[in-house]
Design a protein around this ligand. Structure first.
Ligand SMILES: CC(C)(COP(=O)(O)OP(=O)(O)OC[C@H]1O[C@@H](n2cnc3c(N)ncnc32)[C@H](O)[C@@H]1OP(=O)(O)O)[C@@H](O)C(=O)NCCC(=O)NCCS
Length: 196
């Protein structure tokens, strides 16, 4: 398996954005993002996450340099940070997950979808044993649900017929809907993305 390039320059490039590894200097930005109740409400923290800048720095130190399982920052091409992205490691069943969180002033411009496409493309390109990418947005989180559907995410129904055993991936709380983007169903229509 090819080893993804470790770079601060940007590990993924999309037409309008760069996704790069977070550095300790990003702690104040992540604090602002994670303290925003509008961003965090649908992941269970309507009053913000409650981590201090120092606690975020410690977290970033532990995860420094990790592309899979580390903190990633999404920026505009001029370097302005607009949000964060995450790609997990792949598990033993061939499943990984992604996450995207943007500052509210950048919602609704197609950036979320652009990042999701970039993340999925990068993962399917670089992890040969990756079979599916899961996400479990809150059922009321329409932008996130539409983002999953737009890249080929399939809403998973218990008892359905899928190429892998999906039972372990159902969220405990029925307020959340499981989606999976299987390798064959992925829709990635962006013209440019980086390859290692
Ligand atoms: C979820 C999130 C990343 C989406 O990013 P975004 O840039 O706002 O989304 P996009 O502009 O790419 O739009 C994605 C889809 O949602 C739709 N959408 C965007 N805002 C919407 C809104 N307020 N209501 C309904 N649909 C909306 C878009 O039309 C698009 O659907 P389409 O492809 O059918 O046209 C962003 O809203 C966010 O950061 N939310 C807070 C954190 C969060 O909930 N993260 C996801 C955790 S699962």
């Amino acid at each position: 398996m090819s080893k993804p390039r470790q770079s601060l320059e940007g590990i993924i490039k999309t037409p309008r954005l760069v996704i790069r590894l977070a550095t300790l200097n990003d702690a104040p930005f992540l604090h602002r993002l994670w303290q925003d109740g509008r961003v965090m409400a649908n992941v269970g923290f309507p009053n913000g996450l409650g981590m201090t800048v120092e606690e975020i720095k410690s977290l970033l130190k532990k995860r420094q340099g990790l592309i899979f399982g580390g903190n990633l920052i999404a920026t505009l091409n001029d370097g302005e940070a607009i949000g964060e992205a995450f790609m997990s490691k792949v598990d033993e069943s061939g499943v990984a997950f992604t996450d995207v969180k943007l500052l509210p002033e950048f919602w609704g411009h197609g950036y979320g979808r652009e990042i999701k496409v970039g993340l999925c493309q990068y993962m399917f390109d670089n992890i040969p044993d990756l079979m599916a990418i899961k996400a479990d947005p809150h059922r009321k989180n329409l932008p996130s649900i539409k983002m999953q559907l737009s890249v080929g995410g399939i809403p998973i129904v218990r008892g359905g017929d899928y190429p892998i055993d999906v039972d372990p991936y159902f969220p405990d709380d029925d307020s959340y809907q499981l989606f999976m983007v299987f390798r064959d169903n992925f829709i990635g229509t962006l013209p440019h993305h980086s390859r290692p």
